[in-house]
Design a protein around this ligand. Sequence first.
Ligand SMILES: [Mn+2]
Length: 228
Amino acid sequence: MKKWLENLLGISPKSKEVELVDATIKQKEDFLAFAGKLEIIIVSDNHEAKTGIESVLAHHPDADYYFHCGDSNLDPASEMMKRFIAVKGNTDYSYDFEPQVWVDLPSGERVFMAHGDGHGVHQGIERLITWVTPGGFSPIFSDRKTPVTKIIFYGHTHVVHVTMEQEILVINPGSIALPRGESRIRSYARLEITPECYDIQIINAMDHTIVEEFQFPREWPQLHQDQE
Ligand SMILES: [Mn+2]
């Protein structure tokens, strides 16, 4: 993570505590003045294989964030995994990952990431959406000052999925080692957040060529929402 981001957030993104981002105009100005965009790399389900992840890190050395959606089957304390904000997959039983994380980005978006096995993602993403929607099941919504989740990352299916549902951007980068589904391409995702839009690239992990691109318009997130 870049130093300016840490300073802006005042916390490490790996902090297990959920910190609220101060919803001020100043923050928006800071974001624009410092960077104007964020680059985020998302990988999932390498199932012990290290080469794909090493190659992604070598190819994208300067991303602002690296997210791993679970089933790495690698030690979270290893040098490679320390680069990632990661969650526990259903086959990560030997390792001490959080089952789910919320991360507040300096752009104002709150990200929710879970592997997805606990949210029934083989049946679809409805439960994931419900989980992060105010009034949903997540215990975090007992807090009246909870920012609205705008982005979800998940894995588990090993199938690429990019969509915008109920104003939430949802990304499954596919598996970087064991792809399923029609394309059968080992893949990961790159998300760029600019003031105007979300640009998403699905990238072939073997040669880093772009397989698919998506773009969704973006509005500055509503940072705090009262829950009555
Ligand atoms: Mn899994």
